[in-house]
Design a protein around this ligand. Structure first.
Ligand code: BJ8
Length: 430
């Protein structure tokens, strides 16, 4: 398998998307090398990972063709950067929702020609993908929906609009009754905008069906995550992170079916005593800022140091799937109310106060059987960085070994992080 694996290239397809083909040609071979080293070198992977490897292999070709075909059929193709943008509404309009957050160092220099250097690498990476024309997903979307979560994002959307039509949803910063009312109005505006694009109103039936589809996806991911909590874990943290990343660009129904197949296999592996790491392997949980593709840096360091990651409290992690939406609403207003309430349970650090997140981290820590918590903040993400203070205090109260890490996408701090992770592992095993 490892010799044959290749991230495929299709210069003609990229040309048709107005990409910088000459430059982008170098990306698939480099990513193939990284993916092979980080993922395919693992021993005793579940066979169900073959589907997800294949999704990676087709990330710049087959999946892009599917998205382009959807656009040609008149379906809306919407790019998003935050799990607050309600994908149920895009799904109800038979649209395609693609997560465009950037996890690559390769596009940072493009962004820094325009943006200040001292902002979050996730925002710079995404912006750089667009200005450098080096992301086929970005080139394939009709428009993007940003949000007013953090300062870096909301101000970048004003600039991004010069390159791709960029709409912005106002996400409240608090969770009072009046904030919920604001958010419902934003969700209704979003629905109207998507309806205007498809020239048709979304019916209750369409929305209920979409909610059921995405509930099924979130439930499959919940199931996968709880199987992975088994000690020893039947799947590595790297593979789990990869699946959670693919959730943002695959077709929901197909993805759900494959996650459920993998869950069946993991249950069998548990029954047969076949695991991703031996009993006694130190178990760590990661919380904090999302890790967008291809940001595998911290997981690779942790698992390279002989531990296993057993939970990600993150938007590319449990925050994306911990809550579902009740489908028993009779009217559109009922459904939108329930949808809105579900979204308001996402405990992003952009909210204040945000103590529910601290409780949620502790709850997930207990459920995952972790022995230590690493809180991960992308450089210059002030809200997660400051919230780490409260998390550290909560962990001290609960007797949970805690370490905060701030990093970006560059390889420069890898050695230093390795040393810190190794020291932390010694601490958790004392
Ligand atoms: S709901 S976590 S997906 S905003 S890491 S760009 S906050 S400076 S990603 Fe997020 Fe939505 Fe919140 Fe989730 Fe800004 Fe911080 Fe960067 Fe961030």
């Amino acid at each position: 398998m490892s010799e044959a694996f290749q991230i495929k290239s299709d210069p003609a397809l990229w040309e048709s998307l107005d990409m910088d083909v000459e430059r982008f040609k170098a990306v698939p071979p480099a990513l193939t090398e990284a993916f092979t080293a980080i993922f395919l070198s693992q021993q005793n992977r579940p066979t169900g990972m073959a589907y997800f490897d294949d999704m990676v292999s087709n990330i710049f070709t087959g999946r892009i063709e599917e998205i382009v075909a959807a656009g040609q059929e008149g379906r809306p193709v919407v790019g998003t950067f935050c799990v607050y943008v309600p994908e149920e509404i895009i799904q109800a309009a038979n649209g395609v929702c693609i997560g465009l957050c950037g996890g690559s160092q390769g596009s940072i220099a493009d962004a820094e020609k325009i943006l200040p250097r001292n902002i979050c690498p996730m925002v710079k990476s995404a912006f750089g993908f667009k200005v450098g024309r080096i992301c086929p997903f970005f080139q394939a979307v009709d428009f993007v929906y940003g949000e007013t979560t953090c300062d870096a994002k909301k101000k970048t959307w004003e600039l991004l609009d010069q390159y791709v039509p960029t709409h912005v949803m106002e996400i409240p910063q608090m969770k009072r009754e009046r904030d919920l009312r604001l958010w419902i109005e934003e969700v209704k505006d979003f629905k109207r905008a998507i309806e205007a694009r498809v020239g048709k109103e979304i019916s209750e039936h369409d929305l209920k069906k979409a909610i059921a589809t995405l509930n099924a996806k979130r439930e499959a991911m919940q199931r996968l995550n709880s199987l992975r909590h088994h000690d020893p874990s039947p799947i590595s943290g790297r593979d789990m992170l990869l699946i959670q990343q693919i959730a943002f660009y695959d077709i929901p129904e197909r993805f759900t079916a494959k996650v459920n197949e993998l869950c069946d296999e993991l249950q069998e592996r548990i029954d047969q005593g076949s695991f991703a790491a031996a009993k006694g392997t130190p178990r760590l949980m990661v919380s904090g800022t999302p890790m967008a593709l291809p940001n595998w840096k911290l997981h690779n360091i942790i698992e390279g140091a002989g531990a296993i990651v057993v939970n990600e409290e993150s938007c590319i992690g449990t925050r994306y799937y911990k809550d579902t939406i009740a489908t028993d609403g009779a009217t559109m207003d009922d459904l939108l109310q329930k949808l809105t309430e579900r979204y308001m349970q996402i405990d992003c650090s952009c909210f204040t106060p945000n103590d529910d997140r601290i409780d949620q981290v502790i709850k997930e820590y207990r459920e995952s059987g972790a022995q230590g918590l690493i809180d991960y903040t992308l450089q210059f993400c002030h809200t997660y960085n400051i919230e780490a203070v409260k998390l550290r205090e909560a962990c001290a109260r609960e007797g949970i070994p805690f370490m905060a890490i701030e990093s970006d996408y560059s390889p420069e701090d890898v050695g230093q992080l390795q040393t810190r992770v190794e020291a932390f592992l010694e601490q958790v095993q004392e």
